[in-house]
Write a protein of this length. Sequence first.
Length: 429
Amino acid sequence: MVEKFIIHPGKPLNGAMEVSGAKNAVLPVLAGSLLTAQPCTISNVPNLSDVESMRELVESLGGNTNWNHKSSSISVDAGNLMKHEAAYELVGRLRASFLIVGPLLARLGRARVPLPGGCAIGSRPVDLHLKGLAALGAKIEHSQGYVEASAKKLYGANIYLDFPSVGATENIMMAAALADGQTVIENAAIEPEIVDLANFINTAGGQVRGAGTDTIKITGVKFMNSTQHSIISDRIEAGTFMVAAALTGGDIILTNVMGDHVKPVTAKLKEVNVQVHETDKGIQVNASESPLVAADIKTLPYPGFPTDMQAQFMSLLTKAKGTSIITETVFENRFMQVGELKRMGADIKIESRSAIIKGVDKLTGTNVCATDLRAGAALVLAALAADNITEVTGISHIDRGYCQLDKRLNQLGARIERVKDNIVIPVQK
């Protein structure tokens, strides 16, 4: 099936948009639902292909799920959880699938999972996950591309992470939730999604303290209960819409977004001459009054500038007056959008882990291909500010992390058509 976006030169984006639930929060919470034999209801769930992949994975292990798209909620009942081995074809779609290891180990005493897939943006080893699980008492074995963890019982431990890995923090936290005794994770990740997972565990009867700081303490409980939990808003989706408004010289208001979660993005937008204000209605982004100017960016773990916003900001800086430098410190292969942006007329030079961007007067629409989720978003944003029509292929990557990005941008004034099997879905007015 050939799918692509046809993006027409458009006007500045204007209007209001509600931010969806966070992809990077709902995936670990779905994995965490395996910790309890009681029913759970998860609300504010975004309609994404990655979420569908995780839902299918939960079902393949014996969990029963029901996704109510109308209410944006998923109910999960893992009372009949039986299987400890995840299918390769499911895990290969999704990096976050490895997060089932901790819950399976805690519930069943065993987990066998293939090494995970996801976007090809660089090496993301799971050694920190396994180091933490081993410290809890798990025996770790590698065979034929699979990782197998087993333990008759897990015991609390003091664990220091060499790097504040989000996934490792989440996996260890979930396994420790049912371990015997207290676990302390030092140098833990402090992202908002970590706090959201901790809140889910706590509402189900777990005891997690310190989430959102670099030291998390988990006191294991014997079992967890039924619960209801609402997913936090997606700070990366919010940031992407903020950059879209900036690139098009627009004026938008975003609702259902936490100002603290997007502080790094807000700070950089202000640095490039975009007005950002928190109002009673939401966060207003206004780029209609002043030209964009250059700025330097260095990606860092939260609360630093997020690596998941680097590509979108690169698109923005291609139109900023002056020379900008983006330094990527989190992933070594996350400049995959550069070649496609250069095809559109951008002036970008790569030196090791830095990209030097000289602002240009205009971008020109052409045929480009999305190679990963955030690179795809960056190309869509660049196309909104280009002079001619742009065709973006590889949009399945975009659908993994953005809920109906084309339709929602159209609601703000963009002109994007989605083509499926050579059938054009018209622009929605």
